[in-house]
Design a protein around this ligand. Structure first.
Ligand code: PLP
Length: 390
């Protein structure tokens, strides 16, 4: 009898694991910088690439390799390359795909450090960027130039949870030979698989939900073999490699990713609905709410609605800060993807460097509060907010 290919959940537990007598049931950590060879001939063959094998952990490491194989399986990618952080994943991707004179169209709602990397550093090397509204497909189309090489986005956006139709965006990109790069950090492959929707490259900050407990920095790039060979080429020359210990932590994270994401989403959904009933709250941003402008797209594109809930308070910044200061349990930090819920005031933290006009264009008001919903009992999260909401 022919076996079906293993399901996503089984791959999350097993992909990349080799069953042998030497292998522990928990993947081994190889904390070594280099690997030794049995002979001069073997060393020469491995260095020339004639035979495969580990040489040095900046290039490859068995624990990191297992993580790469498992994440590739979950994103349905031919190959994954792990990096030392999410930002390193973005840098390696850009170095592989771009050269001076190229142009990138990027959603203006992307992670702050991504914007800095693009505008301040890559710009120095002659790469040009145009920022457009994530959800507005026309503005992506109109921003295309003859030298455009990449579309870059995150969906849903932070903190307002706007979405873009990834399949439609991929179609626009591919008409002009442009590659669509999606930072899938907010959804993870447990909720959304951009490559299956037509994207060319997926980026991860494993620091967030893949670890899920706020312990380690890491990142990854997933895509086709040829592109990833270029990404790997930059990584091995430049050096932002993932540590074997972090890879081991992320392997443990992947094993529980789906059940954790389900629990995050359930908490977030309950909190979002509850917030809509609070008198001081004027608006709640969560793709799972029927009134969210892209609720239908979220239902089709994602298997659940995510863990980020933002809401606007009547009293502007004074009320937002008062709410944050009256919490006793929630972590006041801009991080996300942790079992511990976090609360932040985007206008004065993550988006504080924007001008007032840029903020207002992006829809980030002074009364906006963002919660990255963790895995505490939702009743306790609500209890922690109630003082500030009254
Ligand atoms: C955190 C984050 C990053 C950067 O990841 P690091 O691991 O902190 O370098 C990139 N994109 C998104 C969407 C993030 O949330």
């Amino acid at each position: 009898m022919k076996k079906n290919p293993p399901s996503w959940q089984t791959q999350a537990i097993r992909a990349g694991q080799i069953r042998s007598h030497e292998q522990e049931n928990s993947e081994a950590i190889f904390p070594t910088s280099s690997f030794v060879f049995g002979s001069a001939e073997e060393a020469a063959a491995k260095f020339s690439g004639e035979t495969a094998g580990n040489i040095y952990s900046r290039f490859t490491n068995p624990t990191v390799r297992t993580f790469e194989q498992r994440l590739a399986a979950l994103e349905n990618a031919e190959r994954c390359v792990a990096t030392g952080s999410g930002m390193a994943a973005i840098l390696c991707t850009c170095m592989a795909l771009l050269q001076s004179g190229d142009h990138v169209v990027c959603a203006r709602e992307v992670f702050g450090s991504t914007v800095t990397l693009f505008n301040k550093y890559l710009h120095k090397f002659g790469i040009e960027f145009t920022f457009v509204k994530l959800s507005d497909l026309n503005s992506w189309q109109q921003a295309i130039q003859p030298n455009t090489k990449i579309f870059f986005c995150e969906s849903p956006s932070n903190p307002l949870t706007d979405l873009v139709d990834i399949a439609a965006l991929a179609q626009i990109a591919h008409q002009q030979d442009i590659r669509l790069v999606v930072d899938n950090c907010f959804c993870t492959p447990a909720l959304q698989q951009p490559l299956n929707l037509g994207a060319d490259v997926v980026i991860h900050s494993a620091t967030k939900f893949i670890d899920g407990q706020g312990r380690c920095l890491g990142g990854a790039v997933c895509g086709d073999e040829q592109t990833l060979e270029e990404v790997f080429g930059f990584l091995r020359s430049a050096g932002p490699a993932m540590s074997p210990f972090n890879a081991w932590v992320f392997l443990k994270g992947l094993e529980t990713l789906k059940v954790r994401m389900q629990a995050h989403c359930q908490n977030a959904s309950q909190l979002a609905h509850w917030l809509t009933q609070q008198p001081k709250v004027t608006r709640v941003f969560y793709p799972g709410l029927p009134e969210h402008p892209q609720h239908q797209l979220a239902k089709e594109q994602q298997s659940d609605f995510g863990a980020i809930v933002s809401f606007e308070l009547k009293g502007g910044r004074a009320d937002a800060w008062a709410l944050i200061n009256q919490t006793e349990m929630l972590s006041i930090t801009a991080n996300l993807g942790d079992t511990k819920s976090t609360i932040t005031h985007p206008a004065t933290t993550t988006h504080g460097k924007l001008s007032e006009q840029q903020r207002s264009e992006a829809g980030i008001g002074d009364g906006l509060v963002r919660i990255a919903v963790g895995l505490e009992a939702v009743e306790d999260i609500q209890a922690d907010l109630i003082a500030g909401l009254n």
